[in-house]
Design a protein around this ligand. Structure first.
Ligand code: NAG
Length: 459
């Protein structure tokens, strides 16, 4: 009797709730939120990331996120990442609740939302589109806390259109209203008021922002304006916004859902608003990424859209597939696809001997030398180019960041100088994180699909 009791106690201690090979999506979600905390610019008064402190306190618009491994604040990817993250919270809030991460998510979202509010001056008709010069910034290797180069600002105003950035920033502010309105109505109302005036400005001054020195050059603005209009419609129920959104609709099969191209998002959101004919666009877009589509399938199943930052396109497509499945569009294949993409990123692969998680800090094998300035610096002492070129592991573990990933030749190297495969970025984690919330929601509803197990990491 005694030995039997002891045995069951040992068994309980020795096994987690997860079976062998199962992924801990809740842990991966928690870590992804931490990555965004590590990207904070401006004042930091907490110890969420022990090695991060206040920085760039004299920027024209203080706060927000550093974009990637560098310290520029680019308006388009910041808005686009915030939008995808909040969309994930809006649709899969139960996933955040189940993971015990709802408050952490609200806290994390205030960084971009406060920044967008501060960036938009409704009286002067002026929106901060970028802080920092990409050339000067990229020439510097070190901590953001130690930067001394000048950080010029680029603005959108009555004479300098940028309705792509303004449209997506308005979308994020309107969606911010929707996700915060129960938790903090005053805060939410302030976001909505900024969203309305910014959208009206963007509509009156159409055109794409082209002034970021070759970085994040966007093809058009209708897709971002569509998002702004849809979320303002959902926030206000004013049908003028819905009519606007339809006028910005672009049919066709987009290449990817990305920081630059939101057409797949616009197609899906308008499908949800009753345009059932747009379902074909949604399916056509997603089917490209499934086996048989035109996106290359790597061994173990990553849908590899591009050589640069493949994980991000897979994560974004997985997120959209889960949204489509929730609307009962091809739920079985789309859920299978989405879970397999996330499982691949979390270690179901043969990269570097197998079980390699592209999310830093998840599992036992993950990138140790990401292209990220701050993480490459020791807690104290100098940090410069020698830290970039050093072969040793980064002293700080950039918890939760997803690195670029393998290219179409299935090549990946954990090298700090390799920004195509091994950089991190705010946009890389955004769809990935939303997909994870969606998968946790599937687990809650007992809707997990059966997925391939041939590359399963059993550690
Ligand atoms: C760079 O940092 C190293 C220590 O990591 C230090 O020895 C070296 O002097 C620094 N170089 C410059 C140019 O500051």
């Amino acid at each position: 009797m005694t030995s039997l009791c002891l045995l069951s106690v040992l068994l309980l201690v020795g096994t987690s709730n997860l079976g062998a090979g199962a992924k801990d999506y809740k842990l991966a979600l928690k870590k992804s939120i931490l990555f965004y905390e590590a990207q904070r610019s401006g004042p930091i008064n907490d110890q969420i990331i022990p090695w991060r402190h206040s920085s760039a306190m004299h920027d024209c618009t203080v706060g927000g996120w550093y974009d990637a491994g560098d310290h520029v604040k680019f308006g388009l990817p910041m808005a686009s990442s915030a939008h995808l993250l909040m969309w994930g919270l809006y649709e899969f809030k139960d996933g955040y609740v189940e993971a015990g991460q709802l408050n952490q998510m609200y806290h994390m979202l205030k960084t971009p939302l406060n920044y967008f509010k501060a960036a938009w001056n409704a009286h002067a008709h002026k929106l901060t589109a970028q802080v920092g010069d990409a050339h000067a910034d990229h020439a510097y290797w070190g901590r953001p806390e130690d930067m001394t180069m000048s950080r010029p600002c680029v603005y959108i105003d009555n004479n300098t259109p940028g309705s792509n950035i303004a449209g997506e920033t308005a979308a994020s502010l309107a969606l911010g209203y929707l996700v915060f309105k129960q938790k903090d109505p005053n805060y939410a109302n302030g976001l909505l008021s900024s969203a309305k005036s910014l959208y009206a400005f963007a509509k009156a001054h159409p055109g794409s922002f082209t002034g970021s020195g070759g970085n994040y050059r966007d093809g058009g603005y209708k897709d971002e304006m569509c998002l702004g209009a849809v979320w303002l419609y959902r926030a206000t129920k004013d049908s003028n916004y819905l009519n606007d959104a339809k006028s910005f609709y672009e049919a066709g099969v987009p290449w990817a859902l990305s920081w630059g191209d939101k057409k797949p998002a616009c197609q899906f959101l308008l499908f949800q608003e009753g345009n059932t004919g747009y379902k074909n666009d949604v399916v056509g877009f997603l089917n490209q990424f499934l086996p048989g589509g035109n996106v290359k399938q790597l061994p173990c199943g990553l849908a590899c859209r591009d050589d640069w930052g493949s994980n991000r396109y897979a994560g974004n497509a997985a997120f959209l597939a889960l949204l489509a499945a929730k609307e009962n569009i091809n739920p079985t294949p789309f859920r299978k696809f989405a879970v397999e993409q996330i499982n691949y990123i979390l270690g179901d692969n043969h990269i570097n001997g197998g079980c390699f998680s592209f999310e830093i800090g998840y599992g036992s094998k993950f990138p140790r030398k990401p292209h990220h300035r701050g993480a490459s610096c020791p807690t104290h002492g100098p940090c410069n180019n020698s830290n970039k070129d050093s072969p040793v592991n980064s002293p700080q573990i950039l918890q939760g960041a997803v690195v670029g990933g393998p290219d179409r030749e299935n090549f990946y190297a954990d090298s700090r100088t390799d920004y195509k495969h091994n950089e991190v970025a705010t946009d890389y984690n955004s769809g990935f994180q939303g997909a994870m919330a969606g998968i946790i929601s599937l687990q809650q509803h007992h809707q997990m699909p059966s997925v391939r197990t041939d590359c399963q990491c059993k550690n």
